[in-house]
Design a binder for this molecule. Sequence first.
Ligand SMILES: [Zn+2]
Length: 82
Amino acid sequence: MNAAPEPCGRRRPRWLETPPLVASRLPCALPAGHDGPHEDAIGQQWVWLPPELVDAVAVLCTVDRVRQAFATADTPAEEAER
Ligand SMILES: [Zn+2]
């Protein structure tokens, strides 16, 4: 009789947590070393992204928001750069 394979156990990063928090903090229930996205016991899936990529996207989104906040209605952000 074979023992059950060890579960992956990885939890989603905090920025992917959504209400209800108890459900979004469930660990991955797939066997360790699985391919594809992680999946918890209630079937919610998520992918792991490198923290450097997440940080880079967050910076780009913030820069865009700041640029829009300081752009005037008659001066689109694209023209303000010139
Ligand atoms: Zn997993």
